[in-house]
Ligand binder design. Structure first.
Ligand code: SAH
Length: 255
């Protein structure tokens, strides 16, 4: 079933500035909210995750800062909390997964490479596939506004509950099919897909700003799923195919 996304769930409190938000020390939920591990311990685990990302070649300081700030263990079920900072993907329910930290970092770094981002920071970003909301929270540190769409009601509800205590006022969570993009927020400085299809929907390219960048896993011409980067330039679209990846399928409609 195709349906237009409803109005975004907003998380009032921290008002977005006109510039991309400066890295904040922590996107911590109030004490006693989700998760049971002491914050000193999870802080240490997160610092180690960031060290591993840097040792593995991640050189983007804003990305490392953002990933050091978001409490990843709060986005997975508490039984998996102790694995949240390992470099593995984890189940988030309804057959979906949260990407491993290294992949989240890589995609964020690619978005920051958009021409418009290099010129003056990332403006509006559209994420297709909110999942648990983790990547949207990371993006909230890197972009001025984050529009994120999820097609599964169960995951949308969970992401809303997980994002709310973080009070990230620049994250706009939407329930709906991301195939047609989200025209109301367009043009986007960047579009990121967290699920892989076999062709980039035309709407995504249409909704990209000139100087903007799209990053998506795609299995082109029946080949293996690869990370794809599309830059929209004054002269048209420029596509680069990067490394192989393994994302859950991009599906049409809502459920
Ligand atoms: N970035 C996410 C990863 C989510 S997994 C995180 O941090 O958790 C990919 C998600 O994409 C799944 O939740 C899946 O339901 C969603 N998805 C797949 N096709 C979609 C579509 N057409 N529109 C919106 N969401 C979609």
């Amino acid at each position: 079933m195709q349906r237009r996304p409803g109005p975004p769930a907003r998380f009032p409190a921290r008002l977005p500035g006109s510039d991309p938000p400066a890295p904040r020390p922590a996107a911590a939920a109030p004490a006693g909210a989700a998760g049971s591990a002491p914050s000193a311990l999870t802080g240490l685990m997160r610092a180690r995750m960031v060290q591993r990302l840097a040792a593995g070649g991640m050189a983007s300081a804003p990305v490392l800062q953002a990933m050091g700030a978001v409490e990843r263990h709060r986005f997975v079920d508490s039984a998996l909390g102790n694995q949240a900072y390992e470099d593995i993907s984890l189940p988030i329910g309804l057959g979906q997964t949260i990407s491993k930290p290294q992949v989240v970092a890589r995609m964020c770094e690619l978005l920051l490479g958009a021409e418009v981002a290099r010129a003056g920071g990332l403006g509006r970003v559209l994420e297709i596939g909110t999942g648990c909301g983790y990547q949207a929270a990371v993006l909230s540190f890197l972009a001025r506004e984050v529009y994120t769409l999820e097609r599964l009601r169960g995951l949308y509800d969970k992401a809303r509950d997980r994002l709310r205590p973080l009070r990230l006022a620049n994250v706009h969570l939407l329930f709906g099919d991301g195939m047609p993009g989200y025209a109301k927020g367009a043009p986007y400085a960047a579009i990121i897909a967290a699920a892989g299809g076999d062709a980039v929907p035309q709407a995504w390219c249409d909704q990209l700003a000139v100087g903007g960048r799209l990053v998506a896993p795609m299995a082109l011409s029946g080949g293996p799923q690869m990370l794809l980067v599309i830059d929209k330039t004054l002269h048209g679209l420029e596509q680069s195919v990067l490394e192989p990846v393994h994302f859950v399928p991009l599906k049409s409609g809502i459920a």
